[in-house]
Design a binder for this molecule. Structure first.
Ligand SMILES: Cc1cc2nc3c(=O)[nH]c(=O)nc-3n(C[C@H](O)[C@H](O)[C@H](O)COP(=O)(O)O)c2cc1C
Length: 320
């Protein structure tokens, strides 16, 4: 593989390839190690993003939590996790063996809790394992009657500003945007105003599936988040819009991680050409456990055939 051509940087963080796991789809700790192709996966990945954690443990939503749709997956896991204390003691140290930059995805119910969680993580990361914190703003803001943080630019700016103030430049602060808005550039600009280092997009699109045999929604939580191939054009569009309309994205002072529906190397290249410096892969990984090495090889062959690098391809669809 043309490994030098694959490397990218997100601010100061160097990744050997632009590929990352999408939060929630590859576990918290050493879940990858049980796979036969574990070494190949680690060779293909540039970074590992953990499943979302919260301050206190959460049981998650009632069953059924996942249902397949024609071109994707509808999930309502409900942020099931053991809480930050167990995460730091039992789960995070297991990721050391990956020898990859580790990005921890965080969720909270209030702006203050986001700040507390981020500060607690950084202060108690005794082995300095964490390279970045990804703020999931797709969760309900209980301080504001349960509206989703990510749909309100002011709330996004407050969350990001609070986290950034607590962690400073110790780790990369990444803000993961929700696509459940009419104009993604609003929350993206708000995250930049709050001091985010990197933007990632997209999280899942809200949806529902109804079981016609018993006339009830399939999911225990009624609605869920749609992921997988069906959402790819939405994700690529949102990356394209941010890159085109936000100078910090175009000049890469705030790089973008593109996520949503990637299942082939050309899907990943679409995101990169739209303006993403790195890409996250989730649902496709449930279908094809070799997805990371296949996509890395596909991109590498493309770079070799076209005598270019990933970094040269970022934003290429914009014609300059
Ligand atoms: C089962 C499942 C769990 C997820 N959990 C999280 C999570 O904890 N935090 C988060 O920010 N995104 C979470 N996501 C969203 C993914 O990280 C990703 O943004 C989304 O699935 C779109 O990418 P994909 O189409 O490649 O799966 C989850 C997605 C799935 C399918």
């Amino acid at each position: 593989m043309a490994i030098n051509k694959l490397k990218v940087t997100l601010k100061h963080l160097r990744l050997k390839t632009p590929l990352m796991t999408a939060s929630g789809t590859a576990g918290h700790g050493d879940e990858l190690t049980v796979l036969d192709n574990y070494q190949e996966i680690l060779g293909a990945l540039g970074a590992f993003v953990t499943k979302g954690i919260t301050f206190k443990p959460r049981k998650g939503n009632p069953k059924i939590r996942v249902i397949e749709t024609r071109m994707g997956l509808l999930n309502s896991i409900g942020l099931q996790n053991s809480g930050v204390k167990v995460f730091l003691k039992d789960e995070l140290p297991l990721t050391l063996q990956y020898k990859l930059p580790i990005i921890v995805n965080i969720s909270a119910d209030t702006v203050e809790e986001f700040g507390e969680l981020a500060a607690y993580l950084i202060d108690n990361d005794v082995n300095s394992i964490i390279s970045g914190i990804e703020i999931n703003v797709s969760c309900p803001n209980l301080g504001e009657h349960g509206s989703i943080f990510g749909t309100d630019p002011k709330a996004v700016e407050r969350v990001v500003g609070t986290v950034k103030k607590r962690v400073g430049d110790k780790v990369l602060v990444i803000t993961k945007l929700t696509p459940n808005v009419t104009d993604i550039t609003g929350p993206a600009k708000a995250a930049i105003a709050g001091g985010t280092d990197v933007l990632s997009m997209i999280n899942t699109l809200r949806g529902i599936a109804i079981d016609t045999t018993n006339c009830r929604p399939f999911l225990g939580n009624i609605s869920g988040g749609l992921s997988g191939p069906a959402i790819k054009p939405v994700g690529v569009f949102m990356v394209y819009e941010c890159y085109k309309k936000i100078p910090e994205c175009m000049n890469k002072s705030v790089p973008i991680i593109g996520i949503g529906g990637i299942s082939t190397y050309s899907d990943a290249l679409e995101y990169i050409m739209a303006g993403a410096t790195a890409v996250g892969i989730g649902t496709a990984w449930f279908v094809n456990p070799r997805i990371f090495e296949e996509i890395a090889k596909g991109i590498s062959d493309y770079l070799g055939n076209n005598n270019t690098t990933v970094e040269e391809l970022v934003g290429k669809a914009h014609g300059h």
